[in-house]
Design a protein around this ligand. Structure first.
Ligand code: ADP
Ligand code: MG
Length: 673
């Protein structure tokens, strides 16, 4: 199997592992987060709704408190009008005393003004004291009181009206506008009007005339009022830590009394409500319940319109609390839930993984086994302890299959080896046969060659013999003709005779080479010592010419069987060659001894010199006919003929040589019985 295939298989194994893991973890990692998201989403909505409900409740409390203020003021004014003290002062009918009493009552009740208004619009007395003689009597509360019913409402007093009561009051009412983002655009720079809790109650003067007791509280900058609302609505610990309750009274869209801070310590008086809130509450008369950006932070807010005695929407009452701490609590809760989930996941995933591994491990071991087998390790097995489950059984089965595979493999290998062995045997047999064939071919070619050379040589020798015979005959004739005068050219005649002999000698040798059988003489038994002894006189003149020492060592005990002339010829050949190889002198050694070869007893005759020796190339060619290194003197036939003669006697001839140190020829001949 290719590497790529193995890899894809490994990947396949992994993918199964991940698929199983996914199946195990899916409910946990997908369904639980989904459920969590659902629950969190719902909780979030509910939480927001709860916040709105709470702020709505807060607004209700503020509203009731505001109504209580109106009621209280109404009660105070009515109580004052009905009081014995008033009747006593009224009975005195003294204006200064009435004014004193009025001022004292105003202070006691915390009112900003307290007047007695007569039926015709004249002011009987005012507190604080003003120079005014008359006053408006068309306020609905006053009209109602004139008609005999006490009445209390919120009314907006113009700046002049406030100034008429007291310049200080007008001054207190004035609120400089602060530019506010998102508010409705305006050209005004200050709110000079005053929002007043206006209460009137009918009274009867000492003389029986009807009059009205009119009192009011200015709400502009009335911080006691707004702080009381705030304290009431957001009592200590009614909000989470860090949150802050706020309450505000708006005249139109301007904050005239608030505990919202603009920055450190300074209240956000003069800032205005956003256009959206203004339109919803003042424009459409709705109650606003929502998250809103108030001055500089997000608040869960509730606004409701305030109507004046004519039923006109003239301002708003607001309560709210900072959203951030709630949001933070919400986020902390959310983070806790998610964190808990992640923690549980982190703790449980390893457990899942461990369970999963118990399933994958055998699978992976099997994959490993397979890849090891593929890598060549046929002994690899999974070897699971016991077939506990399906996978275990598969592993056992796989091991069984592998066993069989290995057995088959072994069988195949054995067959293969045997086959190889047979092929090798056949090949070597063939090689041997080939070699033999080659040798035979070579021998055949050689004998063919020799036969051809012999044929030519024999022809040439005969052709030369005839002219030589003619020359010899004629020379004898010349000798007879010249008689005694021959002596005059005796040297020349001797030279001619010598050369003719030489030619005859060469021709005889050539014929001996070409047709050795014609020259074969009868075979006798000879002692090597005796034959060598006969050789020496033949070569004595050559030995004498060079300074050559002779060593003879005869140890052979047996006799050799060979034609005497031929053996002499062979030995003379070898001795002459040896002498030729030592032009500067040396030692010639002639040695004979018994030696058995291939179970045949025989005798070795050695001819050794200390001459020039031969290199390998020369050595392998010396038995070739006509091979010579001696240009003019040599015929190259000496060794060739010698070999032929020795071989004919079933002997052997060989040479060993070292260039520069000498050569040793040895002849082996079977022993004569
Ligand atoms: P020839 O003597 O006519 O050259 P041979 O057949 O006798 O022919 O010898 C062949 C050649 O073998 C010689 O020419 C010579 O080179 C070499 N040879 C034979 N005997 C010896 C020797 N003893 N030392 C060195 N060379 C030899
Ligand atoms: Mg020779």
């Amino acid at each position: 199997m290719s590497d790529a295939a193995i890899q894809s298989k490994a990947r396949g194994g992994r993918s199964i592992r991940y698929r199983l893991l996914a199946i195990a973890l899916l409910p946990f990692l997908v369904v639980v987060p989904l459920l969590l998201a659902l629950v969190i989403g719902r909780l979030n909505t509910k939480f927001d709704a709860l916040l709105i409900t709470k702020v709505n409740g807060d607004l209700t409390i503020a509203h009731q408190y505001f109504a209580r203020i109106l009621e209280n003021t109404s009660d105070h004014i009515r109580g004052l009008g009905d009081s014995a003290a008033f009747r006593a002062v009224a009975a005195e009918n003294s204006k200064p005393e009435l004014a004193d009493w009025l001022e004292q009552s105003r202070r006691e009740l915390g009112l900003d003004f307290l007047n007695i208004l007569e039926d015709d619009g004249r002011l009987l007395a005012t507190a604080p004291q003003t120079g005014e003689a008359r006053s408006r009597r068309d306020w609905p509360v006053i009209v109602s009181a004139m008609a005999g019913t006490p009445s209390t409402a919120v009314d907006i007093f113009a700046a002049e009206e406030l100034a008429a009561i007291s310049p200080a009051l007008a001054q207190r009412a004035k609120v400089e506008l602060v530019p506010t983002a998102n508010a409705a655009p305006t050209d005004r720079t200050a709110e000079t009007r005053g929002m007043v809790v206006h209460s009137a109650s009918p009274i009867q003067l000492a003389d029986g005339r009807k009059a009205v007791l009119v009192g009011g509280v200015l709400l502009n900058r009335n911080l006691v009022f707004i702080d009381t609302i705030n304290d009431l609505v957001y009592r200590q610990a009614s909000l989470p830590e860090g949150s802050q309750g706020t309450a505000t009274l708006f005249l139109d869209d301007v904050r005239i009394s608030t505990n919202v801070r603009l920055f450190e310590g300074r209240r956000a008086l003069g800032t205005r409500v956003s256009l959206a809130v203004r339109q919803a509450v003042l424009g459409e008369g709705r109650t606003w319940l929502d998250s809103a950006f108030v001055v500089n932070d997000w608040y869960i807010s509730a606004y409701e319109p305030i109507r004046d005695s004519l039923g006109k929407r003239v301002g708003m009452l607001y309560v709210g609390f900072l959203e951030t701490p709630f949001r933070r609590e919400k986020l902390i809760t959310l983070a806790t839930i998610i964190g808990a989930f992640l923690l549980v996941t982190a703790l449980s995933v390893p457990i899942f993984l461990r369970w999963a591994r118990a399933i994958f491990k055998p699978l992976e071991q099997m994959t490993d086994t397979i890849s090891r087998v593929e890598g060549g390790d046929l002994d690899a097995r999974t070897n699971l302890p016991a077939a506990r489950d399906e996978i275990g059984r598969v592993a056992t089965h796989l091991d069984g299959l592998l066993d069989r595979l290995q057995a088959r493999d072994r069988q195949l290998r054995n067959w293969n080896e045997e086959l190889n062995k047979r092929v090798a045997e056949r090949t070597s047999e063939l090689e041997a046969a080939n070699k033999e064939l080659e040798l035979t071919t070579k021998q055949l070619i050689m004998s063919e060659k020799l036969a051809a050379i012999g044929e030519i040589t024999a022809g040439v020798a005969h052709e030369i013999n005839n002219p030589v015979a003619v020359i010899q005959g004629n020379l004898d004739v010349v000798r007879q003709v010249f008689g005694g005068q021959v002596e005059l050219a005796s040297t020349e005649f001797r030279l001619i005779d010598e050369q003719i002999h030489r030619i005859e000698d060469i021709v005889t040798r050539l014929l001996q080479f070409a047709r050795p059988e014609e020259f074969a003489g009868y075979v006798e038994r000879h002692s090597p010592r005796e034959v060598v002894g006969h050789c020496l006189p033949l070569v004595q003149h050559l030995l004498n010419r060079g300074e050559i020492d002779l060593i003879a060592d005869h140890r052979a005990t047996g006799l050799v069987l060979m034609n005497r002339t031929e053996l002499l010829q062979v030995l003379v050949n070898l001795i002459v060659n040896a002498i030729h190889s030592m032009p500067a002198g040396g030692t010639l050694t002639l040695r004979d001894f018994d030696e058995e070869r291939h179970g045949t007893p025989g005798i070795v005759i050695e001819v050794a010199d200390t001459g020039v020796g031969m290199d390998r190339e020369t050595l392998v060619r010396i038995f070739d006919p006509f091979f010579t290194t001696k240009r003019s003197e040599g015929t190259g036939l000496g060794l060739s003929i010698s070999q032929k003669l020795i071989l004919r006697q079933n002997g052997a001839i060989s040479a060993e040589s070292q260039p520069g140190s000498g050569t040793c020829f040895s002849i082996w001949l079977p022993q004569a019985l």
